[in-house]
Design a protein around this ligand. Structure first.
Ligand code: TRP
Length: 372
């Protein structure tokens, strides 16, 4: 696989060297000491933290300092609704839900339908708005606390968001935007403005409460440039810098790269029927050998195996069992067919339940959605 990779808010490609990303972006590694500190409050650690799948942060120690002083934070995350939700999108939301439950805090969830209209030449406004509602059903289906969770579509909250976004935009020069995002003369001006919209939920709670409230943003690492800019600007407007935790990308089911909506076989969508989902798992890329004999002799390669990574990211919460599976694979004691079958059963079970909850979410959607 090529050593070249790219991680920007609009494009994630190649085999990502996360150590290099940490250096380039200037985020901090989540080390053992910080994990212990989180554990003091949560009693246990979410698998994605234990496994370093959420591996970096900004100002998480400060968030905990404030929390320990009785100054609760709120959570903020979001989704660019360009299509149906797949498991890679759910991945950071699982941690977000866990954080909400453990710390008993509010969540602001932003659906950036405007962003997707501006950055995707194939999408019209009505389609991105439609997917904002569709994706919101998946958020609700995960069981976020209805009393503490608000979902915002940018278009549906244009009045509030535009008001505050202009405050942010006034503090961002074109030269900063260019340096941060690599914009050029062919970039549309909507996209250049957009980062100001993504900053708004990071201080909206402080606006509404009339006092500064710390914000913690769980997100995939590609979104960090937006929040780097937001962190620069927010103190200039009198707010705290938002803190963040950064996650990796869940690999796709086909060889190389993350899950991608533009390659439907690389991802399992929450709306896939069970047969389709099963078929995708059964034809997934693995780290297996060419023949059974070879597999028994040499063992498989779990490091490059998409099926193993699905267990690791979502479908095997038990560390001992995950390790056992990896060992059996390396020793040639388990074949790819068995792993795929195990995974497909778990995926199907998950989807079945999720789709039920997703249907029920339609009845409560209006309770979660904010419109101004
Ligand atoms: N820009 C993000 C995307 O394309 C959506 C988003 C908005 C977001 N606000 C966020 C993601 C906060 C994580 C955290 O997916």
């Amino acid at each position: 696989m090529s050593k070249e990779f790219k991680v920007t808010p609009w494009e994630v490609t190649g085999d990502i060297d996360y150590d290099k990303v940490v250096k380039d972006f200037g985020v901090q590694i989540i080390d053992k000491k910080l994990l212990e500190r989180i554990k003091k409050h949560t009693g246990e650690l979410h698998p994605t933290l234990r496994r370093n799948l959420f591996f970096a942060h900004r100002d998480l120690n400060w968030i905990l300092d404030e929390y320990e002083k009785g100054n609760k934070f709120f959570l903020y995350t979001g989704r660019g609704p360009s299509g149906n939700t797949h498991l890679g999108h759910l991945f950071p939301w699982f941690l977000t839900k866990w954080l909400q439950d453990k710390f008993d805090v509010k969540l602001f969830f932003q659906m950036t339908d405007d962003e997707k209209f501006l950055t995707n030449s194939k999408l019209d406004i009505e389609t991105t708005k439609h997917f904002a509602y569709e994706n919101a059903l998946d958020v609700i289906a995960l069981g976020f606390n209805p009393k503490k969770t608000k979902i915002y579509s940018d278009y549906d909250n244009a009045k509030t968001f535009y008001y505050h976004a202009t405050r942010v935009a006034k503090k961002i020069t074109f030269s900063t935007a260019k340096a941060t995002f690599g914009f050029g003369n062919d970039t549309n001006v909507g996209q250049i403005f957009y980062t100001s919209m993504q900053a708004v939920p990071a201080f909206l709670e402080s606006v509404e409460q009339g006092k500064n409230i710390p914000c913690l943003i769980p997100h995939a690492i590609d979104q960090d440039p937006h929040f780097r800019v937001a962190r620069d600007v927010m103190p200039k407007l009198g707010y705290y810098k938002p803190a963040s935790v950064q996650g990796m990308f869940m690999p796709g089911l086909v060889e190389g790269g993350k899950m991608s909506a533009s390659k439907p076989d690389s991802a399992i969508f929450t709306t896939d029927d069970l047969k389709t989902a099963k078929k995708k798992v059964m034809s997934a890329f693995t780290g297996g050998q060419a023949s059974i004999e070879e597999q028994r002799k040499k063992g498989g390669n779990s490091e490059i195996c998409s099926v193993f990574s699905y267990f690791k990211f979502i479908f095997e919460e038990n560390d001992a069992k995950l390790e056992k599976r990896q060992k059996a694979c390396k020793e040639g004691k388990i074949l790819c067919g068995e792993c795929k079958k195990d995974l497909s059963e778990r995926v199907v079970k998950f989807l079945e339940k999720h789709q039920e909850k997703r249907e029920k979410a339609k009845d409560v959607l209006d309770k979660f959605l904010v419109k101004d």
